[in-house]
Design a protein around this ligand. Structure first.
Ligand SMILES: Cc1ncc(COP(=O)(O)O)c(C=O)c1O
Length: 387
């Protein structure tokens, strides 16, 4: 990590701890890691070596999973607006999830060109919400009401359903109610003749971004509720899947950046660091959102809350000062934090930002202003650091 002005550091031990918690909470489920949240190869290797499949959000992520030797039944590909090329290139290599009625017909046609006999899934936009009784319109999935008039498929069979309506939930009761609704929907569809083998519940488990106002998801309580549901719906499907992303990796990463300059401008102290919006966009994005009003609800996956990470200084200073911390882009919005109190920092010190494991590196403006790209490091359980 020496000589890196700005870098991410991912901790394998934390990822494995998180996986262990999920296993205890969902003992009858498989986990398909949501690769879009952080496709770092060391993270993928760790999760694949520990029995996870891959939730791919593009044909590119299907290819990525394949390049790691993941078997097709362990790759689920769900995203709206797949092109014919996306469908053609990925259908033989994954479980493709149709996101609309039109896409279902295109998948069937292309499945015919490829010889037929494919098992596929449908993403459903259910008639329930996460916090509400009724479902709304959505760019994702096929409306529940349309399921009775799906086109008859000639070359593919629907054997799985996929539902994902909200990420970043911290309420176990909300999640338990959601899982119950999904089970109940699957049971209903089976009685209507759908040959469902796999139920994919999407993601939903959230993490704490701001300790001052959020409480962690109660996994023990959620686990009890989940076990009751799995025994009530025992035998409903061959496979139950959850697609966690940030729960596995969100708190397992930090972003560190070196202070390049410090200055006082009309009484305000600025720390200017490398790799702002082009390194770790999320803090700046939350600051920009605040300009339009209080951040009461996130705009996932970019904005989760008003204070999405803890900022600390990597030095032993006992003196504190109020500072505004910015990046080094030519943009007045390249601000990590305004008017916060930190230990007194000097040029050359590193700042550390927590919660930088998911939706962080790949979601940042890495091409902007031709600045050097931030680097990514991975610390194994044995303490080895790999790039
Ligand atoms: C279909 C689907 N699966 C899984 C995820 C991962 O969710 P999270 O990272 O919040 O756990 C998302 C996130 O938006 C998603 O859209």
């Amino acid at each position: 990590m020496k000589n890196a002005d700005a870098y991410y550091l991912y901790d394998e031990a934390v990822i494995l701890e998180n996986l262990q918690i999920l296993r205890k909470t969902f003992p009858d489920f498989r986990f398909f890691y949501s690769a879009k949240t952080n496709p770092n190869r060391h993270i993928l290797e760790t999760l694949l070596a520990n029995g996870c499949g891959i939730d791919a959000a593009s044909a590119g992520e299907v290819r990525l999973a394949e390049s790691f030797g993941v078997a097709k039944e362990n790759i689920s590909y769900s995203a709206p607006g797949k092109t014919d090329d996306d469908i053609r290139s990925s259908l033989p290599h994954c479980r493709l999830i149709a996101d609309s009625v039109g896409e279902l017909s295109r998948i069937d046609k292309i499945a015919g060109e490829l010889g037929g006999g494919f098992e596929i899934g449908i993403r459903i936009n259910p008639a329930f919400g996460m916090d509400t009784e009724a479902g709304g319109p959505s760019q994702f999935g096929i409306d529940y009401e349309l399921l009775e008039s799906l086109p008859k498929l000639q070359n593919a069979e629907i054997t799985s359903i996929h539902i994902h309506i909200q990420s970043q939930n911290l309420g176990w009761e909300t999640l338990a109610r959601y899982y119950e609704n999904v089970f109940s929907l699957a049971a209903e569809l089976k009685t209507r003749g759908f040959a469902i083998r796999i139920i994919n519940f999407g993601s939903g488990c959230g993490i704490v971004y701001d300790e001052s106002c959020q409480t962690p998801l109660d996994m023990a309580a959620l686990g009890t509720a989940v076990r009751e549901l799995t025994s009530r719906y025992a035998g409903i499907a061959d496979e139950l899947i959850i697609e966690p992303g940030r729960y596995l990796v969100g708190n397992a990463g930090v972003f560190r950046t070196r202070i390049i300059d410090r200055k006082v401008s009309r009484g305000k102290t600025y720390l200017i660091a490398s790799g702002g919006m082009n390194g770790f966009l999320r803090p700046a994005a939350a600051n920009i959102a605040k300009l339009y009003g209080p951040v009461s609800r996130g705009a996932e996956p970019l904005i989760s809350c008003e204070h999405p990470c803890r900022i600390s200084v990597q030095n032993n200073s006992s003196e504190t000062e109020e500072v505004t911390v910015t990046g080094n882009l030519c943009s007045g919005f390249d601000v990590f934090a305004r008017d916060i109190v930190l230990p007194k920092a000097e040029v050359g010190d590193y700042l550390e930002f927590s919660n930088a494991g998911s939706y962080a590196c790949t979601l940042s403006l890495r091409e902007f202003a031709s600045q050097p790209k931030v680097r990514e490091f991975f610390q194994t359980v044995s303490g080895e650091v790999r790039e």
